[in-house]
Design a protein around this ligand. Structure first.
Ligand code: ADE
Length: 265
């Protein structure tokens, strides 16, 4: 997969040299390129922002440096010349659709992702319209809060997407049993020693009974999701529930209806 990130703070993205993503870059699984937006300016001061039309606080990122930068990365990504699918342009913004694990899975299938890190009050809206000619443009938010710019959001998204690219995570099994992979939160985990500061690992995990352990873990997932993220449980696909799941939910005070799970009122 090719990934291009355009930012006025390319140093911010240095963390993508580390850990699993850094190794995936070294191994050639991720072709990740970071670009300085100011390299696409033409004036002496390398200006990237200006005052907003209509007034108001803050500055807006100018259209032309973005157009130059995005045209350049679109061109670079198409060097194979296969003229295939359009690259996806992800524009991190608190005004975007909220990033989810489902979105991460979808984006992990793409050949070329481009991230445009806005700063200040955002990028001139015409850039997004213009980009639609060569990119599949997607404004994406990390969550309902405001960051100072898109860089931190890109670090999170590249990590979430990159780890789903085949080969990046050594043991793909670990991607199956993790939070959000099946719409539930992950079960609690423990390691040695089995007794630590008077706290013991649940006996079932020491029993060697794999069927019972799997059932316990599933119950823990349901219980944790019910307590921490009832919103996830209420939109969980009921057809995925086993008889044992339904019994566990009933014991937690939930009614399993035909099409949804609902807290008993
Ligand atoms: N830029 C500023 N706030 C953001 C957010 N919540 N998500 C993505 N990009 C952002």
């Amino acid at each position: 997969m090719r990934i291009d990130v355009v930012s006025i703070f390319p140093e911010y993205l240095a963390a993508l040299d580390l850990s699993l993503i850094g190794k995936a870059r070294q191994d050639g699984l991720l072709d990740l390129n970071v670009h300085d937006l100011r390299d696409f300016t033409t004036d002496r001061h390398r200006t990237v922002d200006d005052t907003p039309y209509g007034g108001g606080a803050g500055m807006v990122m100018k259209a032309e440096p973005w157009a130059q930068a995005l045209a350049s990365v679109a061109e670079a990504g198409n060097s194979g010349g296969d003229g295939g699918t359009r690259p996806v342009l992800i524009v991190p913004s608190p005004a975007g659709a909220v990033f989810t694990q489902t979105m991460a899975y979808e984006l992990a299938e793409e050949k070329h992702l481009v991230f445009a890190c806005g700063r200040y009050e955002g990028i001139d809206e015409r850039v997004l319209e213009w980009s639609g000619e060569r990119f599949d443009v997607r404004p994406v938010s990390l969550g309902d809060y405001v960051l100072n710019g898109g860089e931190v959001a890109v670090l999170a998204m590249v990590e979430a997407i990159g780890r789903l690219v085949p080969g990046v995570v050594g043991n793909p099994e670990s991607l199956v049993e993790e939070s959000h992979s099946d719409g539930l939160l992950e079960y609690p985990v423990y390691t040695k020693p089995s007794s630590w500061r008077d706290r013991n690992v649940p006996d079932i995990l020491l029993s060697g009974n794999h069927g019972k352990i799997a059932q316990w873990r599933r119950e823990q997932q349901l219980q944790r999701t019910a307590v921490r993220r009832p919103d996830l449980l209420e939109k969980f696909d009921v057809s995925q529930l086993t008889k044992a799941d339904k019994a566990a939910l009933a014991a937690m005070g939930y009614d399993v209806m035909k099409d949804r799970i609902q807290l008993r009122g």
